[in-house]
Design a protein around this ligand. Structure first.
Ligand code: SF4
Length: 345
């Protein structure tokens, strides 16, 4: 059975076991940036962006303190996400002086970094600078069709010709080509890749999901398939975007049978690393249950990370139990975090 894992989540067997046994945290997920350069019609964060209180935003010193506490809890990887585009935040990328403060901080503490990005700010120069850092990117690949991609992201996305590793010519977003050319998808030791293509399943791109996975695998990249989270802009465009449960089930079966020689663990959200082994906090330091789900557990200022983590662990275990009891069939979009959210709201 073949498998491909994101560099940064490629923990050794013993590290997974130890994390289970000792309740260790493996990943820390800070949210940064409340600004975005896209206006995706499936965005689940748009409504949260406008609520950010500028005066309560965390400082670089706050992040530093939390990173250090996370290391004491076993953390190995920082996963930078945001309410908007992380590269628009000077904590991640200070364009004026070409520095990467949070990446420096992570490297100082011997942490690897994974960044969620829409890719729009990435050109050859930035791709080459990032390639030299200990970083993987989870990047938007909503479609391989230029007009579908632009419609979903409500922005004209520049597509260019790309000669794939097997010689065929494919049109892909310019930023993706820059990252591939910088070396992000070159083979690493083992089965890891530094480039992960993120695709949200909607009515507009559901028929291309297998094509996107094929393209990614041919070029040593992973595809991260995410269900539509019905919040914010996605909720307003629900009728246009949401697929039905039976379509979801058919799609899951199709992916499973088409890629039967690959480990399906990579498409099973019940194994979600962020939910099971991670702690997420937002721009004001509030703890979240997972990327999509806020929590009323307080902030990083109220308690130590260790106290938050031990409380969260109990919640996560309860959520996993609830998920496994109620799980009757495989389907994209069902994960412990979202299950828990639907039980508690
Ligand atoms: S989905 Fe991501 S890239 Fe698109 S508008 Fe929302 S935050 Fe920005």
């Amino acid at each position: 059975m073949k498998s491909l894992v994101p560099k940064g989540f490629d923990f050794k067997e013993e590290e997974w076991r130890q994390a289970e046994r000792e309740g260790r945290m493996l990943v820390l997920v800070p949210f940064i940036s409340e600004r975005c350069n896209l206006n995706c019609i499936y965005c689940m964060m748009k409504d949260e962006r406008v609520k950010v209180n500028q005066e309560r935003k965390l400082t670089l010193e706050d992040h530093k303190r939390v990173f250090r506490q996370a290391v004491d809890l076993g953390c190995k990887t920082i996963v930078i996400s945001g309410l908007g585009e992380p590269f628009m935040d000077p904590y991640l990328y200070n364009k004026q002086d070409n520095t990467f403060p949070l990446l420096d901080l992570a490297e100082e503490l011997d942490l690897y970094t994974v960044v969620f990005t829409n890719g729009m700010m990435i050109d050859s120069k930035l791709a080459q600078a990032l390639y030299k850092r200990r970083i993987s990117l989870i990047i938007k690949l909503s479609s391989l069709n230029e007009s579908v991609f632009s419609e979903l992201n409500h922005h004209e996305i520049q597509f260019v010709d790309y000669r794939e590793k097997d010689g065929r010519l494919t049109r892909i977003p310019h930023y993706l080509k820059c990252l591939i050319e910088a070396g992000f998808s070159d083979g690493l030791d083992g089965n890891a890749t530094r480039l992960i293509n993120d695709v949200i399943i909607t009515r507009k791109n559901m028929d291309e999901i297998t094509e996107i996975i094929h393209f990614s695998l041919r070029n040593h990249m992973l595809t991260c398939i995410d269900p539509l989270v019905i919040k914010s802009e996605a909720e307003r465009n629900r009728d246009e975007l949401a697929i039905t449960d039976s379509e979801n089930r058919i799609l899951y079966e199709k992916v499973k049978s088409t890629f039967s020689d690959y480990d399906m663990g990579m498409y099973d959200l019940s194994n979600c690393i962020i939910h099971n082994y991670g702690l997420v906090y937002d721009l004001e330091g509030r703890i979240r249950r997972c990327l999509a789900v806020p929590s009323d557990a307080g902030t990083i200022h109220d308690r130590s990370l260790a106290e938050h983590w031990s409380r969260l662990l109990e919640e996560k275990q309860a959520a996993n139990l609830a998920y496994h009891i109620s799980k009757t069939e495989d389907i994209f979009g069902v994960c412990p975090g979202r299950r828990y959210y639907s039980f508690s709201h």
